[in-house]
Design a protein around this ligand. Structure first.
Ligand code: ADP
Length: 626
């Protein structure tokens, strides 16, 4: 029979599995058992909604058996099974949900990272087996099929005589090598302890025939071997166990298995609510973002169980978008088992649970920020953007819930601080919260406007994420302190006398300034200012759209034409001011050239592109060549 090729990405993943870069080979068993358990869940759920499918929950089970002599390990379930198409689709290809692209020259760590984030799944069995045979009969079909593969060079699918619904996976265990004893997967004691370690919480019985040495004759010290089918797992879902009896390691194993992560979670959050509405939750904050987290493919949601039975794998309604990174399980006795998805959305109970979960996560994060700053920083580095996005999303309706969870870089502290910390450290005479935006800390530091504020010993929040300015604009004020962009033109840091003096200079030179503004057109105003210490010029903005926000709008695919209203400010104390006044009287042509050069300088400092660099470069050369 002709062999079918694996899709190319699957092939590469298989190569990695066969050559076993994954150090923990043991996990293959939990992956296969989890798949079996999912298949049982699916079948049971189907039986609740489809009258044609009849199953008894007590009959659903997973079986393990091994044959030392022929080196075979078999995992069987009587779950939903797979049709021919499903075998092809599910086992012949990987990377259904995202494109898993293996780059050449990736380091071993990077490869493990990708595999881990992807979830090793079924393919992990190739770490321990030379050949895998999957025999399956779907609940939706009368025919059974056998899928078989010896690794990366392909697989075959043919009809099978299997009578029973469900799936049987037979692994031909590799021969032992000097480095690794594969035979341990054919050992009763070893298999028992692997199940206990990784799959104890599985809610269906995992059965295996075990041997008991029983004392036959006490006097003669004679024993006899008795074989007996035993259930290896305790079957109590981990979230239903008494918290005191569960070790962090157990939670971690459960998390890594259920949510396909190679890394332990950053935070485990458990809760148990009793009352009018009773439910248990077991939530996890991952320690790194899933590989597809910042793409459209990512689906948020928590697994929803009705009294131990999974009714939905990813219930999106249980999590707000800004906490979409949270993984976990919710189990309630007060949800009906055969509730449809639409009804679920309308469910009052579900809404209440979602609301409580939201506050619980928020509280845990607030506590983490207070009590374990290092951990919070690590969290914020990974998911902070999502929180800041949450602040301004939906017209800022959630900003009050999130404003105490976000952090910005403080010029004074040279690290991320919260808004509360900023306000607490404000000197008595400081009225506003100052911020400055740019593409990097270094660039912001060198903004001319920053100097003036820092001179007063006021702290400035440096915003480097594109979402930052939008978040700050949405919050508007914190503890009655307004946010003020140092790049806005009415900073109001001058004394009354200084203000008066500037006003006078501007009034006295209104013709000159108007002519400059007419020459540039893009700016709404040109003015002299005394806010600049050493720099000759800067660009500031009036109104709601800051220069930083304009950059974000400019970068959007369908340009919306939203522009900041800019002001070109010229340092009145700089020699250039005198020069301009001279040229204005004597040489109008040169005056215009100077205007263009100065405006380009201001744009450059603000990080905006110059429309005609060639012309500006020519103008500068003309001036310096004189
Ligand atoms: P994942 O479980 O993360 O989806 P796997 O590679 O482990 O990825 O499995 C791929 C798919 O194959 C599963 O999603 C499931 O649809 C199907 N599958 C695997 N094992 C079984 C099984 N024992 N019974 C039914 N379907 C299975």
């Amino acid at each position: 029979m002709a062999k079918k090729e694996f899709k190319s990405e699957s092939k590469r993943l298989l190569d990695l599995m066969i050559n076993s870069i994954y150090t923990n080979k043991d996990i293959f068993l939990r992956e296969l058992i989890s798949n079996a358990s999912d298949a049982l869940d699916k079948l049971y759920y189907q039986s609740l909604t489809d009258k044609k499918v009849k199953v008894k929950k007590e009959k659903l089970e997973i079986n393990l058996s091994f044959d030392k002599e022929n080196r075979l390990l078999t995992i069987t379930d009587n779950g939903c099974g797979m049709t021919k198409e499903e075998l092809e689709e599910n086992l012949g290809t990987i990377a259904k949900s995202g494109s898993l692209s293996f780059k050449e020259n990736m380091t071993k760590e990077e490869k493990i990272d990708i595999i881990g984030q992807f979830g090793v799944g079924f393919y992990s069995a190739f770490m321990v087996a030379d050949k895998i045979t999957v025999n399956s009969k779907s609940v939706d079909s009368d025919e059974a099929f056998t899928w078989e593969s010896e690794g990366a060079d392909g697989y075959t699918i043919k009809e099978s005589t299997r009578k029973d619904r469900g799936t049987e996976i037979v692994l031909k265990i590799k021969e032992d090598t000097e480095e690794f004893e594969y035979s341990k997967y054919l050992d009763e004691y070893e298999l028992k302890s692997l199940v206990k370690k990784y799959s104890d919480y599985i809610s269906f019985p995992i059965k295996m025939e075990v041997t008991h040495h029983e004392l036959k004759d006490e006097e003669k010290h004679e024993y006899e071997d008795k074989k007996e089918i035993e259930t290896l797992n305790s079957m109590v879902p981990i979230w239903k166990k008494d918290k005191k009896e569960v070790k962090d390691e157990d939670y971690n194993n459960f998390y890594m298995d259920k949510f396909n992560d190679f890394d332990t979670p950053l935070k485990i959050i458990t809760s148990s609510v009793e009352g009018m509405l009773s439910y248990k939750t077991l939530l996890f904050i991952p320690s790194h973002a899933p590989y597809d987290y910042y793409t459209q493919d990512y689906e948020k949601g928590l697994s929803l169980y009705a009294n131990g039975v999974m009714i939905m794998e990813k219930c999106a309604d249980l999590l707000p978008d800004y906490f979409s990174f949270v993984k976990g399980v919710v189990d309630s006795e007060d949800l009906s088992l055969n509730i449809s998805r639409e009804m679920l959305q309308e469910s009052h109970n579900l809404k209440l649970i979602a609301k409580n979960i939201e506050s619980k996560i928020r509280k845990e994060l607030e506590d983490m920020m207070k009590d374990d700053r290092e951990k919070y920083m690590s969290f914020f580095k990974t998911f902070g953007v999502q929180l800041k996005y949450g602040v301004y999303n939906n017209y800022g309706q959630d900003k009050d819930k999130l404003k105490d969870l976000i952090m910005f870089y403080s010029a004074k502290e040279e690290k991320l601080i919260s808004l509360a910390e900023y306000v607490k450290a404000m000197p008595d005479n400081q009225e506003s919260i100052y911020y400055a935006a740019g593409s990097s800390i270094e660039k912001i530091k060198s903004l001319p406007q920053v100097e003036q504020v820092r001179d007063k010993d006021y702290d400035i929040l440096y915003l480097t994420d594109y979402v930052d300015s939008f978040a700050i604009t949405a919050i508007q004020e914190y503890e009655n302190k307004k946010f003020v962009n140092v790049e806005s033109n009415d900073l109001d840091l001058e004394t009354e006398e200084e203000k008066e003096a500037t006003k006078k200079i501007n009034e006295g030179n209104s013709d000159l300034l108007k002519e400059m503004a007419d020459e540039i057109k893009e700016v709404s105003e040109v003015r002299f200012s005394n806010k600049l210490k050493s720099h000759p010029v800067c660009l500031t903005s009036k109104g709601d759209v800051s220069i930083e926000m304009q950059k974000v709008f400019d970068a959007m695919p369908n340009e919306m034409g939203i522009k900041a209203q800019t002001v070109l400010e010229i340092n009145e104390k700089h020699p250039i001011a005198k020069k301009l006044k001279e040229l204005y009287k004597k040489d109008k042509e040169e005056f215009k050239n100077y205007t263009k050069i100065l405006y380009s300088e201001a744009k450059m400092i603000a990080g905006l592109p110059i429309d005609d660099p060639t012309e500006i470069s020519r103008l500068i050369c003309d001036v310096i060549a004189k």
